[in-house]
Design a protein around this ligand. Structure first.
Ligand SMILES: Cc1cc2nc3c(=O)[nH]c(=O)nc-3n(C[C@H](O)[C@H](O)[C@H](O)COP(=O)(O)OP(=O)(O)OC[C@H]3O[C@@H](n4cnc5c(N)ncnc54)[C@H](O)[C@@H]3O)c2cc1C
Ligand code: SF4
Length: 479
């Protein structure tokens, strides 16, 4: 083993420098600076090169983390990059936005021994950003033609990862997406202080330059039904994500000033991309100067509170009905939000929106406590009698999560089977839906999840489609 490794007893854990709060609150740029070369090598050298690397097991892509950390520590950066990209279609995206505290880094052995985890995500981001800068990221090389075409519905991480792999295998790939830009939630959902948009755009441009056809502004269900798309292609992948926002149910929830999380985040991202957004200009989706209350405790809520801070809100409060230990959002994101001035009202749920339908003035909240576990095993929030309190608010953002749309109705295909939650059902071995030759991947199968899982599913679905199409002539001959 290299002498450079196992330095965790002498080299303390450090992340790339975080920008000063006052500076980062005033713009939408990513909050971490880049590792300098020496620091990346030093941090990578802390890896203990475990025989059974739990980081790798807990990475959804099973990235070969110990190997690329060792190469980085030894200064063999191009080799490190090659290993890292062999299992991951967008390592620089995952390095930025994976909740590493719950995945690779949360299971790092030196973290368990109290030395602080290896900064795996930051090294992964560093390596691939370096690879782009130095030209190691090669153009997409389509494989020898198989004479077959695949239609992919959705240009999010699941669809993009699948499309790349299918093109490399020699299939003609067309991606249909209802938005005007590719990237899915990476472009219009996730704010640029977590993931700057040129990082996504250089990935999608590489795919387009490699021959993948992007049909943006094409909504399946409006511009073609699923049966019509099936006639055009030999196989279809549904990777359309989940977009039905869960609603706030309390008096006043329909008032002007109560807005959906994704409307707020999309308009903010569009402004950053240079688009004109009338609802932002009118103030409807702009938090500037307002007291803002965000309802919810997941990562979407964290993105909303931090976006409101950057838009110049007068105050930003997050209302969550459970406590800090039981919130679904990443602890790291909560810490960033607190540093940036967000106030958390734990154990609080909205009872009513105050003001009138045209102009809200606040939120009346009920104080909660945690009661016995419910059917899901989590402690259920129970109201504390007499605990109501009021918060001023001229804008309330609903960040309560997402469900799938009615897919059979939307796609005009009643034979498409969905689960009782509305997610598209697939065979776990073949990834095929109830319709022959139609596959599904990403959030539309799992429910709202993570980019890294969407990439994993997209890659697996591409392999499953390849197997299906390779066997298809034999199947037809046998009929
Ligand atoms: C605000 C927010 C913040 C998040 N932050 C993180 C994070 O920090 N880290 C992380 O790992 N994950 C995060 N996620 C989750 C992550 O973005 C998703 O899990 C991931 O993008 C799912 O990928 P996907 O390809 O399945 O779907 P999506 O990314 O949703 O892409 C689906 C695509 O399908 C298109 N589409 C939908 N319906 C149709 C139709 N009928 N016709 C044509 N096209 C259609 C959509 O326009 C979209 O482009 C976040 C999610 C949100 C909402
Ligand atoms: S893809 Fe995500 S979980 Fe896997 S090593 Fe990278 S940051 Fe960790």
């Amino acid at each position: 083993m290299s002498e450079r490794m196992l330095t965790f007893t002498t080299v303390p854990r450090t992340t790339p420098q975080k920008r000063d709060v006052a500076v980062r609150n005033a713009d939408f740029h990513e909050i971490y600076a880049e590792f300098i070369d020496e620091k990346a090598a030093q941090q990578a050298s802390r890896c203990s090169q475990c025989g059974v690397p739990f980081c790798q097991t807990h990475c959804p892509l099973h990235n070969n983390i110990p190997d690329w950390l060792r190469m980085t520590a030894e200064g063999r950066l191009e080799e490190a990059y090659e290993i890292s990209q062999a299992t991951n279609s967008m390592p620089e995206v995952c390095g930025r936005i994976c909740p590493q505290d719950r995945l690779c880094e949360g299971n790092c052995v030196i973290e368990q021994s109290g030395h602080g985890t290896v900064t795996i995500g930051a090294v992964e981001k560093y390596l691939t950003d370096k690879a782009w800068e130095l030209g190691w990221v090669k153009p997409l090389a389509p494989g020898p033609s198989r004479g077959k075409s695949v239609g992919v519905i959705g240009a999010g991480p699941a669809g993009l990862a699948a499309a790349e792999r299918l093109a490399e295998a020699g299939y003609t790939v067309t991606i249909y997406d209802r938005h005007d830009r590719p990237g899915g939630l990476m472009i219009y959902g996730i704010p640029s202080f977590k993931l700057e948009k040129p990082v996504v755009e250089r990935r999608t441009s590489r795919l387009a330059e490699g021959g993948i056809e992007f049909r943006q502004g094409f909504e399946v269900g409006r511009d073609a039904s699923l049966p019509q798309l099936r006639e055009r292609h030999d196989a279809i992948l549904i990777a359309s994500g989940v977009y039905k926002s869960r609603d706030l149910i309390c008096p006043g929830a329909g008032s002007a000033g109560v807005v959906a999380a994704l409307d707020s985040l999309t308009s903010s991202n569009r402004i950053g991309l240079g688009d004109s957004v009338p609802a932002f200009d009118s103030g409807a989706l702009n938090a500037s100067g307002k007291d803002v209350v965000v309802v919810g405790g997941g990562d979407t809520a964290m993105d909303c509170v931090r976006t409101a801070v950057r838009q110049g809100a007068a105050s930003v409060t997050c209302l969550y009905r459970r406590d800090r230990d039981n919130m679904p959002g990443s602890a790291r994101e909560v810490a960033h939000a607190e540093e940036e001035g967000v106030v958390f009202e734990w154990l609080a749920a909205p009872r009513s929106i105050l003001g009138d339908a045209a102009c809200i003035s606040g939120v009346r909240a009920a104080r909660m406590r945690l009661g016995p576990p419910d059917a899901s095993g989590r402690q259920a929030p129970v109201e504390v009698e007499g605990g109501d309190f009021d918060l001023p608010a001229q804008m309330v953002i609903k960040a309560l999560g997402f469900d799938p749309e009615d897919m059979p109705a939307l796609f005009d295909e009643s034979a498409l089977t969905v689960s009782r939650w509305g997610t598209v059902k697939t065979d776990f071995r073949t990834m095929m839906t109830s319709l022959p030759g139609v596959f599904a991947a990403g959030d539309i199968v799992r429910g709202a999840s993570l980019v890294v899982w969407a990439i994993r599913d997209g890659r697996d679905a591409a392999d499953a489609i390849d197997r299906y199409l390779a066997e298809a002539p034999a199947l037809m001959a046998a009929e």
